[in-house]
Design a protein around this ligand. Structure first.
Ligand code: ADP
Ligand code: G6P
Length: 504
């Protein structure tokens, strides 16, 4: 077992005094070139946020390793103990692909795709939530802090409180929490709210989300609720906004590395030395606004405002939730549109769009961020969007224009970005042109302000503010906060055979 240096001198802080419960473990299995099983970092914002934080802190992470059948025994990763929860093929279909990603995910993202409701999915949601709660109850020491993450596990706080009243329980929602008129559509709305209220502290990305939650609790459960506190019998549950972030220093250090700078230069050459490189990096998800962005770009090419000779678009879209119908349809449509645009506007050796579906390691991603003059992050709705923050952190020379959707949680913090409404095609085109043509002084002024903000509001600041609110007087959390404060800014080495490959 690899021991985190931060454990030394803190013998009383053990792996099971802080337990993180998330549907995803930070690693996924994937076949190595020689056919052997290899574990790689799993994609998505939740893992991107929590992995750099926890690898320095003794903790146990309870989650799903991505397959079906018996739960694998996993090695510790960077000092974090992993405890896999098994899912059957039916659980995967009805809990993960069904209730979590075909009911809650679209509903929480403004219903940009139609949410589906099936009674069988609700059965699976309850069953799987119970299994996660049992696994957490099993590993947590007496009086431990258990931090439950995201929409897959709304029922876990309530179940866990029933099983282990000694625990301090937190819940954090990484995605948007919708306005009452949308949430009210859920047939099991009361059960979901009650499940979350098992926590001592419920964290959201934005103030508006906490407000929506308080309104719903008052309306559906008839409980006394403000935007900060909810009375549940004898208990007071606190709620609030804690915008999640990234390891800013780590991304900046990576982007400043000479090999990454050299790689960025080579990338520009390989792209044909265009005057302007536009980059987008998304999971292939209908919330990310990929189709709208392609349409805007295509119209700018058609009108001659953008020319393939001077400008290239690099669209990275790593496949996600590939067995869900809405995701399959999206991928087909995106690929058809990329093909059409390249066919119509590309030239031999000069495609209009460089389309990549591969997962990249962190250094390659940093090189891509460094080469991008404009980063287009235009989701229709996003809880936060860490890609936008990673781009800003990587622009160590204060250059680069961030085109950012008003509907990403990030926009509340990075207000100096070029903000656009991705539903407004003309506005999107104007925003893209403004970002492409902006004066260098304006670009730098904005980037400096955004980098200063992220320097202060990084992942450690997030953990500090959430965990100290969860357990103001608790000695464990105080020590953990002190430990994360003392973190080195160098990327830690992996403890197991884990490559920091796909995703965030
Ligand atoms: P979401 O959580 O919805 O996926 P975020 O933007 O918050 O969106 O987080 C996505 C994370 O996944 C980021 O950390 C980003 O670096 C990472 N990521 C996305 N695409 C890739 C890719 N192709 N290769 C590696 N990492 C990726
Ligand atoms: C978002 C969700 C996470 C999820 C991630 C990747 O960030 O908030 O909970 O892990 O997307 O999605 P996936 O379905 O692959 O876990």
């Amino acid at each position: 077992m690899a021991v985190s240096p931060l454990l030394i001198g803190m013998p009383e802080m053990r792996h099971s005094s802080l337990v993180v419960v998330a549907n995803r473990l930070p690693i996924d299995d994937s076949a190595a070139p020689d056919g052997a099983c290899e574990w790689r970092r799993s994609p998505g914002g939740l893992v991107s946020a929590l992995h750099p934080l926890l690898r320095h802190t003794p903790a146990t992470w309870v989650g799903w390793a991505g397959g079906t059948g018996a739960a694998p025994t996993l090695p510790d990763v960077d000092g974090v103990r992993l405890r896999a929860v098994p899912l059957t093929a039916e659980d995967q279909r009805d809990h993960y692909e069904g209730f979590a990603n075909s009911t809650l995910w679209p509903l929480y993202h403004d219903a940009v795709e139609q949410p589906e409701h099936h009674r069988r999915w609700w059965e699976a949601y309850q069953r799987v939530n119970r299994r996660f709660a049992e696994a957490a109850a099993d590993v947590a020491e007496p009086g431990a802090v258990v931090w439950v993450q995201d929409y897959h596990l709304h029922l876990v706080p309530g179940l866990l409180r029933g099983m282990r009243p000694d625990l301090r329980i937190g819940f954090f929602l990484h995605v948007p929490f919708p306005p009452p008129e949308l949430f009210m559509q859920l047939p099991r709305r009361a059960e979901l709210l009650r499940g979350m209220l098992g926590a001592d502290l419920i964290g959201f990305q934005r103030v508006q989300a906490a407000h929506n939650f308080a309104q719903l609790v008052a309306k559906v459960l008839n409980l006394p609720a403000t935007d900060r506190r909810i009375g549940v019998g004898e208990r007071v549950v606190r709620i609030g906004a804690f915008p999640v972030s990234i390891d800013t220093a780590e991304m900046a250090a990576l982007a400043a590395r000479p090999d990454v700078a050299a790689r960025a230069q080579r990338l520009r050459q390989d792209l044909g030395r265009p005057e302007r490189v536009i980059l987008s990096v998304d999971r292939m998800d209908y919330t990310k606004g990929i189709e709208q962005r392609l349409k805007a770009y295509s119209e700018l090419l058609a009108s001659g405002h953008v020319k393939v000779r001077d400008t290239v678009l690099v669209q990275v879209a790593v496949p996600s939730r590939e067995r869900v119908g809405q995701y399959q349809i999206l991928r087909e449509r995106v690929e058809r549109e990329v093909g059409r645009i390249n066919g119509e506007f590309g030239r031999v050796g000069e495609p209009a769009i460089h389309y990549l579906t591969q997962p990249f390691d962190r250094a390659e991603l940093a090189a891509l961020y460094r080469v991008a003059d404009v980063m287009a992050v235009t989701p229709l709705r996003d809880g936060m969007n860490l890609v936008a923050k990673e781009y800003v952190a990587a622009r160590v020379d204060d250059t680069g224009a961030l085109l950012l959707s008003e509907f990403a949680g990030t926009a509340a913090e990075l207000s100096q970005a070029y903000l656009v409404n991705p539903h407004d095609l003309e506005g999107l085109k104007e925003g893209l042109l403004a970002a492409l043509r902006a004066a260098p002084a304006d670009v730098s002024r904005r980037m400096r302000a955004m980098r200063a903000h992220l320097h202060e509001h990084d992942i450690r600041a997030w953990a500090r503010s959430y965990l100290s609110a969860l357990d103001e007087t608790g000695p464990l959390v105080q020590r953990m906060v002190a430990a994360t404060d003392a973190l080195p800014t160098q990327p830690a080495r992996s403890a197991a055979r884990v490559e920091h490959h796909p995703g965030g």
